[in-house]
Ligand binder design. Structure first.
Ligand SMILES: CC(=O)SCCNC(=O)CCNC(=O)[C@H](O)C(C)(C)COP(=O)(O)OP(=O)(O)OC[C@H]1O[C@@H](n2cnc3c(N)ncnc32)[C@H](O)[C@@H]1OP(=O)(O)O
Length: 457
């Protein structure tokens, strides 16, 4: 049986009242040869994964796909938590609640990062909903994160209305776009007659034949993209088209357009897949688009825009910053099909977060924030002072006059600069006590690069 530890619960704990207990499964490790942990040796983890998949109405992985799933968990050092009926053995029965967290790294400004507590795979089985199981799991997880000194937690949400009550705020949006490429697509730079100084090359390659290449490029792009996190291991499997759940791990028809600059360095990769001849208009779905330089991005677009027989590109994760429209001579070729609240952040340590990002060297000023936090982690009155690109935070007494009063969810949302304080004041959810304070804070928090989450998790 797999070793587990039980999180102590207070007598009036909601779980106890329902005959439930929160358990943390033992961490997974790869074998000495790097092999995936075998599912036969980890029945509790396998049952936990099955409960997660069922919670999202997905197929439960079996065979090599289940082993690969355990390997991905081991690589990320994921902590699997489950709420079980008190009498149940996790090796024998699925949990009624699942929750996974692990520590990663979040880019706060180009070239700067902080540890981040990642949260994913949150499910509660239909017969046990709305009795506080999510709240119990979240409270335990965030308490551990704070105790471990991790200053911020992150998640991507299935629904917008769930996580604000736990202090999470939407920090950026993402969007799905369609690009009409019929007859080819002209870039604005080409229409204006600008020539690329170093066009490099773009070649179609097999993602399975380039291990580590996309991961390395993602690492470079991620470090310059505020709001992005260190690659979750599941993405590496997909980027290299190695998913054991598809076609027995032999590849699923993913193509890579790889841009190399004049020195032969990979500066851009687009991963794309054909949607099939039965689909009209004929479409390529671009599953990942990574460019370390503007020139690489332009070259990849030139490549994608001239794929023979293709009328449409579908991008599932496109930055919501308007740059794609600027790139094209005809901006109406882009149509946005959906915009969603993407990365959710939850500040646990206000001084570490506000001091852990860069500020534009030309802005300076101070703002006093009164932060409400039902869980207590970020509550208080804080003075943020920004000078010469550095932010310093000082705690003040409760009687100090605040310029802005806001919940930690709203501070978490605007922290990296992907959302505007002014909009929250306009919405009536943040109180501006000193005229102009929201505009001042917005100016201080303005990001050096658009806030974007490259990889959902
Ligand atoms: C990070 C991620 O993994 S996102 C994925 C989330 N999971 C899913 O969407 C899968 C399907 N849904 C579920 O499994 C469950 O309904 C969950 C996990 C969303 C909620 O679990 P529950 O145990 O029912 O939540 P719990 O009873 O602890 O509710 C806590 C609070 O959240 C609220 N809440 C719970 N679910 C929702 C919801 N879907 N929408 C809005 N509010 C919600 C409750 O009303 C409660 O509010 P309150 O404490 O302020 O009164």
């Amino acid at each position: 049986m797999t070793a587990t530890s039980t999180t102590p619960t207070s007598p009036d704990d909601v779980l106890t009242r329902h005959g439930l207990v929160l358990r943390t499964l033992a961490p997974l490790e790869r074998g000495p040869d790097g092999a995936d942990p075998a599912r036969a040796g980890h029945p509790a983890h396998v049952r936990h994964t099955a409960a997660v998949e069922k919670g999202f109405y997905e197929e439960v992985p079996d065979g090599a796909a289940a082993d690969q799933d355990l390997g991905v968990s081991a690589d990320d050092a994921k902590i699997l938590r489950g709420v079980y009926l008190a009498q149940d053995d996790p090796a024998e029965r699925e949990p009624v609640g699942t929750f996974v967290d692990w520590t990663s790294r979040l880019t706060t400004s180009p070239g700067r990062e902080l540890p981040v507590w990642m949260i994913s795979n949150v499910t509660v089985s239909p017969g046990h909903r709305r009795r506080g199981i999510l709240r119990a799991m979240m409270t335990a997880s965030l308490g551990e994160a704070a105790a471990a000194g991790v200053p911020v937690a992150a998640l991507t949400a299935s629904e917008s209305t769930i996580y604000g009550r736990f202090g999470f705020g939407a920090a950026c949006t993402g969007r799905t776009v369609r690009v009409d490429v019929r007859g080819g697509l002209v870039l604005a730079a080409d229409a204006a007659g600008h020539r690329e100084e170093d066009p490099g090359t773009v070649l179609r390659e097999d993602p399975r034949a380039m291990p580590g290449v996309v991961e390395e490029l993602h690492g470079r792009v991620r470090r310059t993209t505020p709001g992005s996190v260190h690659r979750p291991s599941g993405h590496v499997v997909r980027w290299e088209d190695r998913s054991a759940a598809k076609n027995d791990g032999k590849g699923s028809g993913l193509f890579a357009a790889v841009h190399r600059d004049g020195d032969g360095t990979v500066q851009g990769v687009a991963l794309y897949r054909f949607d099939g001849w039965e689909k009209e208009p004929t479409t390529e779905s671009v599953e990942a688009f990574l460019a370390a330089t503007d020139a690489a991005a332009r070259q990849l677009w030139r490549f994608l825009a001239h794929l023979d027989l293709i009328d449409r590109l579908h991008l599932t994760r496109c930055p919501d910053d308007g740059r794609l429209e600027q790139l094209l001579a005809d901006r109406r070729r882009v149509s946005t099909k959906a915009v969603w609240d993407d990365l959710y952040l939850r500040i646990l340590d206000v001084p570490a977060c506000l001091g852990g990002r860069d500020y534009a060297p030309e802005v300076a000023g101070a703002v006093v924030l009164r932060v409400a936090d039902a869980a207590g982690h970020a509550a208080g009155t804080w003075r943020l002072e920004v000078a010469r690109g550095v932010g310093r935070v000082e705690p003040l007494g409760d009687d100090a006059r605040a310029d802005l009063e806001l919940d930690v969810a709203h501070l978490s949302g605007v922290w990296l600069g992907g959302m505007r304080v002014g909009a929250l004041v306009g919405a009536g959810v943040v109180a501006e006590r000193a005229p102009g304070a929201a505009a001042r804070l917005d100016a201080l928090l303005h990001p050096a690069a658009p806030v974007h989450l490259l990889t959902r998790f």
